[in-house]
Design a binder for this molecule. Sequence first.
Ligand SMILES: Cc1cc2nc3c(=O)[nH]c(=O)nc-3n(C[C@H](O)[C@H](O)[C@H](O)COP(=O)(O)OP(=O)(O)OC[C@H]3O[C@@H](n4cnc5c(N)ncnc54)[C@H](O)[C@@H]3O)c2cc1C
Length: 448
Amino acid sequence: MIKRDMANVLIIGAGVAGLYASLKLREEGHDVVILELENEPGGMVRSIHMDGFIFDMGFHVIHTNNPYYKGFFFDLLRSQINEVITTAKSYYDGSLHYFPPILREIMRLPMRVRSRVLIDLARGMLYKRLGKQKGNFEDQLSLLTGEYLYKKYFKHYTEKFWGIPANQLSAKWVPQRVLPRVKGRSAQGNEWQAYPTLGGIDAIPKALAQKAYSAGVTLNLGSMVVRIKTKADRAIGLSYIKESKEHDIDFDVILSTMPLPDLFLALAKQIPNHVETRSMVYVFLCVNQPDVLGDTSMYFFPNEGVPFTRVFNQKKFGYGCAPNGSSAVEVEFPCWVEDKIWKTSDSSLIEVATSYLKDFNILKNQDVRKTAVYRQRYAYPVHSIQYTRNIDLTRQMVGLKNLFVAGRLGRFFYTDMCGAMESASIAVEDALSFLSIKANKSRRIMEK
Ligand SMILES: Cc1cc2nc3c(=O)[nH]c(=O)nc-3n(C[C@H](O)[C@H](O)[C@H](O)COP(=O)(O)OP(=O)(O)OC[C@H]3O[C@@H](n4cnc5c(N)ncnc54)[C@H](O)[C@@H]3O)c2cc1C
C-alpha cells in the first residue's frame, strides 16, 4: 500500500460510499486518498469465507428500481450477477405466514376481521395517495395498514428490532417498510433484486476497490482517523494511526463516511445525545442440510420470547454461498453495545440460536458443521423522533466548509447501498463546487 501525505480530496472510509466517491472524483481529475480503518475495503458490505461457506454481514441483496444503478452493478460485476427474488415468512400465532401479507392471505381471515382489514387498507391507500402524514412510526403505519395488520406484522418486530417503542420512532422510517400488497411474494416489494454470481456480497466492494486502484486512487488500509484539527470554519489537519504510529496528512477537502458519532469524537466535539446507533450480532451456521427454510429466503421472529429477529439461508439467493447439499444459515440479533446480547459469549449465542432453530424445526440434530459469531457496533442509525427533528442541526454541528459527509452512518440516515452511493454523489458535487470556488479565488488573486 502506498503511503501518501497529501491529497486533494481525502476520503475517510472505503465502504461503498467512499469507494464510489473516489471514482467520481478521479473522473474529475482529482487526486484522491482513502483512509480505511480495516485491513480490507467494504465496510458493512462484507462477507466471511469459511470452509467453502460464505456469510454476509447481515442479509444483503442488491435492490433498486433505478436503471442507472442496475446498469452500474452489471458493469461493475461484468454481468456476473444473478437476478433473484427473496421471499419471507413471519412467525406469529404459533405458525409461519408469508410476508408481506397479500390479498390471498387477507381473504383467509375470519370474515369480521377481513372486512375491517380491507376497509382499513382501502383507507390507507387513499391516505397514502393524499400524502397524509402522522408524526411517529406507529401512528403513520397504522394509518396506512390499519390496526390489525400493524399489530400482527409491524409493531412487535419493529420494537424488538429498534429496541425502542414504535411511537418513539420517526414516521420517516415508514417508506422503508414493505406494505401489504395485492399480489407478489417478494420480500423487497416491487424492486429488482440481484446477487453476485461469484463470492458473497463482498464481490461489490472488491470490484469497486479494484476499479479505484486502476483509476489511480490511493487506498490506505489499516489507517484509523483519530483527529481532525480545525480553525474557524475549516478543517486544517488530520491525523491517523497506521501500524501503531500516528501520521498527518494534508488535504484541501475531506469527504467523511465514518460514523457520525466517531466524527464528532475526532473533531473533539460532544456527540449530540440523540445520535444513537443500533448494533448487531450475527451467528453464522454451516449446516449439512440442503433446504433450510424450504421455499423461503428468510423468516422473521417478531415474538419477544425469541432473542433474534431474522434467520436467513444465504444459499437461497447466493447460490455459491454453500457447498452442494448444505446451507449457509445466519441468525441476526439486534442489540445495543454492551447490553446483555452483546456481552453474551459466542458459545452461548450459538447454543441459543441452534436450540431455537431446532425447536422451530428449522434445523435437525447434528446438522451444524461449523459456526462463527460477529459483532457489528455500527449497523443502523436510529431514526428516533428526537433525532429526526434535529437531523439537520446535527449535520450542521459538524459545521466545516471543507468537510462533507456521506454514506449510511456518515450522513446518519437509514439507507441501502444505492442510497449510500447517491449520498456520495451529492457530497462529491458539494466538494467539487467548494474546490472550484477555491480555484477561482486563487486565480483572481493571481490575476490581481
Ligand atoms: C444488517 C444489514 C443489512 C443490510 N441489507 C442491505 C441490502 O440488502 N441491500 C443494500 O443495498 N443495503 C443493505 N444494507 C445497507 C448497506 O450495507 C449500507 O447502506 C452501505 O454498506 C453503507 O455504506 P457506507 O460506505 O455508507 O458505510 P460503511 O460501509 O459503514 O463504510 C464506512 C467505512 O468507514 C470506515 N471507518 C470508520 N471509522 C473510521 C476511521 N476512524 N478511520 C478510517 N475509516 C473509518 C469503516 O471501517 C467503513 O469501511 C444493510 C445493512 C445492514 C447493517
